[in-house]
Design a protein around this ligand. Structure first.
Ligand code: ZN
Length: 252
């Protein structure tokens, strides 16, 4: 697979052009997706009758990739490692019992990750959860997020990034994935919410900043993944440090 664009200034048009430091932080697959969205929007400019949906929906895909690699995968691995077998089984059974927590239980048992709006709704719930409650998976998650992301509280705190992103996912992504055709003005409206302007960063930029603020840039790992042989990404100061984007296990 060809390398993703290494510098965004040369490849992307506004509003997709990101602060270079933030761009270098992003996972290669997210860069690839954002650059495709930017190209698609440029392609649309001469085709006002075309469906603009991909210019919107791909942006959410980039956020899903970042969340999976930085939050969901590492948390699942820590969850499996840190809880003794019996406590883990009991917690998983609890999660699978209730409708709201079933996607989380399924993911912790090795299944697919919760959908973007579901993940955001869990982050919203953290506002009402005391981080010191034992045996509560959301409390565990809140402690975990706070210890790894200096700005984690912006998901659920006063800025309500998770709540606004959950609403944006439903309004701007889900409809265009299914049955709605996006006009040029729909695309511009959605991009304005997601990207904002220089002085007033949009929702997507706020989410990316929460996921990267204060953290070192990821590096390409020197060891290939033992599961699939592809290179892995190393995120210094994380546990686990290395992530294979193909295999779900820790550091493989
Ligand atoms: Zn692998």
């Amino acid at each position: 697979m060809p390398e993703p664009p290494s510098s965004n200034a040369a490849h992307l048009s506004a509003p997709f052009r990101l602060d270079e430091e933030l761009w270098q932080h992003l996972i290669p697959d997210s860069r690839r997706v954002l650059s495709t969205a930017s190209d698609y929007r440029a392609w649309l400019a001469a085709r006002p009758a075309a469906d603009g949906s991909p210019a919107i929906t791909l942006v959410f895909k980039a956020l899903e990739i970042e969340l999976l690699v930085r939050v969901l995968h590492p948390f699942r691995i820590d969850f499996q490692r840190s809880l003794p077998g019996e406590a883990r089984v009991a917690l998983l059974n609890d999660l699978k019992r209730e409708e709201w927590s079933r996607p989380l239980g399924r993911f912790f048992s090795g299944g697919r990750p919760p959908a973007l709006a579901e993940t955001m709704s869990y982050l919203v719930m953290l506002n009402a959860v005391a981080a010191d409650v034992p045996g509560n998976v959301l409390a565990l998650w809140k402690r975990w997020l706070r210890s790894r992301f200096a700005s984690a509280h912006h998901w659920w705190g006063r800025r309500r990034v998770a709540q606004r992103m959950a609403a944006a996912t439903i309004t701007y992504r889900n409809r265009y994935i299914h049955d709605l055709v996006a006009t040029t003005s729909d695309v511009e409206r959605a991009l304005a919410v997601l990207w904002g302007q220089k002085a007033n960063p949009g929702l997507l930029l706020q989410a990316f900043r929460i996921l990267t603020h204060g953290l070192p840039r990821p590096l390409e790992s020197s060891e290939p993944c033992r599961g699939c042989g592809r290179f892995m990404w190393a995120y210094p100061l994380r546990v686990p440090e290395r992530h294979c984007l193909q295999c779900p296990g820790p550091g493989n």
